[in-house]
Design a protein. Sequence first.
Length: 139
Amino acid sequence: MAGLIIKLRPREELLINGVLVENGDRNTRLRIKTDGANILRVRDALRPEEATTPVKRTYYIAQLAVAGQITNVEAASILSVAIRATREFLPEVEISEYVENHDFYSVMRALRQEALADRVVNPDADSDPHPELLKKAAE
């Protein structure tokens, strides 16, 4: 993951190794230099109840691995079975290779457009979009 660049909007939140971090009042670019860091932008996260399709469930499992909430081995095992069972629902991207290499960021990136397509974005919303993620981070 060395060299991963994350662009954050004002007040945008992300999880870094289970710690919730909030950006300040300006746009920010962060470069992550450490391999193996678990980083997830909260705006890219699905709630468990949103994982209602095979693509969204696949995205959600990859998300759990990226956030460090399940191990890479657990995620790879679950995703391998899910991919074989639901191949016709997944886009024409070679996700199996990403899973074999434990590259769950790439799984999320490949599925992001379809998995988050029906989401209504309200950047001014005061409500916490993912209380379960933030609760987990606080533990």
